[in-house]
Design a protein around this ligand. Structure first.
Ligand code: SF4
Length: 319
């Protein structure tokens, strides 16, 4: 029986060893879930841990602590061989379509490779029967199949990367900044392609981005990460209309706040200072070194992620 959520992430933690054997707290105690056919947007500055979180979820990295359930099955500690059938069901679209595509393979072979690796096709003809319709589905043609990645524009290369991810018909696709490297004029086309495919097939996306406006457009829910932790998560419309965490509000800039009590807290249009090192993150609330509303308590105790109503959760001592 399939589970209600395609993905459940519970208290996920990923630490790396730094150059001098220090611990890099890339992801700390992050929990979220993604419903079937839904999109969770994960946002934050560069270095906030969102991409590491995505790559840990897809098990490109081993998990330090916590749990990952894919369609109800615990994949947290599976060895690579055990993971293989589950990998078919969760695929990734990368930020840089040029770096992620093998320059020596034709587009046809790039898209056919996962089909062959998972034993889903017996010969070239069977592969072509799946590759050609997928090329057309992403807005390319079968004439493109014999060409190499370097012969394409950035937008076309990303379409090849999307075709490669979707050809296995995964239920979950991790989109790791899939439009950041593309021209603005191309971004909307790629986003529309992903959205149309979702409506057609009911696929779920974990969509990593730093462009908040695009995340709003694609996401049902939005989570905001800061220095390895989830500081706010809610339905997308709610978080844009009523951002609560000072970091979220800084990311969003001057957005009118409906609640007069909250409106009294002046919204900063930008966040000052640099994100601290994840090797020795600040005590208490990790945002306290940059937060305009920090009080002594903030440096001492870590605010828990609390539901403030309607599933809107925020980790801040102001609430
Ligand atoms: Fe700012 Fe304190 Fe809230 Fe952290 S807990 S975001 S430092 S007010």
């Amino acid at each position: 029986m399939s589970s209600e959520n395609i993905l459940e992430v519970k208290n996920l933690t990923k630490h790396f060893k730094g150059p001098k054997k220090q611990i890099v707290h890339a992801v700390d105690d992050v929990s979220f879930s993604i419903g079937r056919g839904k999109t969770l947007g994960l946002v934050g500055e560069s270095g906030c841990g969102k991409s590491t979180c995505a790559r840990t979820v897809i098990r490109m990295y081993d998990v330090t602590a916590g749990q990952i359930l894919l369609d109800g099955t615990d994949i947290t500690k599976m060895k690579q061989q055990e993971l293989k059938p589950f990998r078919k069901n969760m695929q990734m679209i990368f930020q840089d379509p040029y770096a992620s595509l093998n320059a020596r393979m034709t587009v046809r072979d790039i898209i056919a490779e996962p089909l062959v690796a998972h034993g889903l096709v017996k010969n070239k003809n069977e592969a072509n029967d799946l590759v050609y319709p997928m090329l057309e589905r992403v807005g390319l043609t079968r004439e493109h199949a014999g060409r190499y990645a370097h012969e394409f524009s950035g937008g076309q290369r990303q379409r090849v990367g999307i075709a490669r991810a979707l050809v296995l018909k995964p239920e979950l696709v991790i989109c790791d900044e899939p439009i950041s490297a593309l021209d603005v004029s191309i971004q909307a086309q790629v986003i529309n392609l992903l959205k149309d495919y979702q409506e057609e097939k009911g696929v779920s996306y974990l969509f990593i981005a730093h462009d908040l406006s695009m995340v709003r457009y694609v996401s049902d829910d939005v989570g905001v990460m800061y220095l390895g932790q989830l500081v706010e998560i809610s339905e997308a419309d709610e978080i844009y209309k009523k951002p609560l965490h000072p970091y979220t509000r800084g990311l969003l800039g001057s957005i009118p706040i409906a609640n007069p009590k909250l409106a009294r807290l002046k919204v900063k249009s930008s966040i000052e200072g640099d994100i601290p090192s994840p090797i020795d993150p600040p005590s208490g609330c990790r945002f306290h070194t940059r937060c305009p509303y920090a009080k002594p308590e903030c440096a001492q105790s870590k605010p828990e992620l609390k539901d403030v109503g309607g599933g809107h959760r925020v980790a801040c001592h102001l609430y």
